[in-house]
Design a protein around this ligand. Structure first.
Ligand code: GLN
Length: 213
């Protein structure tokens, strides 16, 4: 078999890591290994650039509002443009909760302050008056196959999708993007934004394998 390896950029591992999000990378590495694919994970900390053509997959975990406020300037000024170019060129990405919000246009936190996002996805987020907390089950279609994805959500933000943005799935149980329109997450090119923690990949091998593919 041909040697195959992947390189992963883990965005802000010390700031954006809630509810075991780091486990997503363990599942990714494990299922790659089952196929003889080796994976090298590099941390992308504040100050680090996103080098051209270096990464096959990015992982951006969730964070508290406070942590999102700590990193957004570095994200936009230091990494944003290069990350956008890599995603445009087909790099895969899993962005969970706070990371998902920062790939969108903005996140208006409680009290009205707006944290600007990258705007790579046409989605935007506003804080609700309550938190959406609990187990969540969604139905998603990946490569034409209907799959159920399970996870745990805990977010104050309500996310709305611009016209033409495909949700990752339809909510069966839980709140999802905003608790109103039945959508959960977003799927643009090879980029998945989602509110599913858990972490999501160890619980949902279909999604792990889709991202690996
Ligand atoms: N701070 C954001 C919110 O509350 C994201 C939370 C998260 O990543 N779990 O909506």
């Amino acid at each position: 078999m041909k040697d195959c390896s992947l390189r992963v950029g883990h965005l802000y591992p010390d700031h954006m890591n809630l509810y075991g999000d780091r486990g997503n990378l363990m599942a990714f590495v494990y299922r790659a290994g089952l196929r003889g694919i080796t994976v090298e994970v590099e941390q992308l900390q504040p100050g680090d650039p996103v080098a051209r053509g270096r990464y096959d997959f990015f992982f951006f975990g969730g964070g508290q509002d406070n942590e999102q406020e700590q990193i957004y300037e570095d994200f936009l000024s230091r990494k944003g443009q290069d990350l956008a170019r890599e995603l445009d060129d087909g790099a895969a990405c899993l962005a969970v909760c706070g990371g998902y919000q920062l790939l969108g246009r903005s996140y208006e936190v409680y009290g009205g302050k707006k944290i600007p996002g990258l705007g790579w996805m046409d989605v935007w987020t506003e804080a609700g008056s309550t938190r959406a907390i609990g187990n969540i089950l969604i139905e998603s279609t990946l490569d034409g196959r209907v799959v159920e994805l399970a996870g745990f959500e805990n977010h104050g933000g309500r996310t709305f999708l611009g016209e033409g943005v495909t949700p990752l799935g339809r909510v069966v149980i839980g709140s999802g993007n905003n608790g109103q329109d039945g959508t959960e997450g977003a799927l643009v090119k090879s980029v998945v934004g989602t509110y599913l923690h858990g972490p999501v990949l160890p619980k949902n091998s279909a999604l792990t394998d889709w991202l690996l593919a």
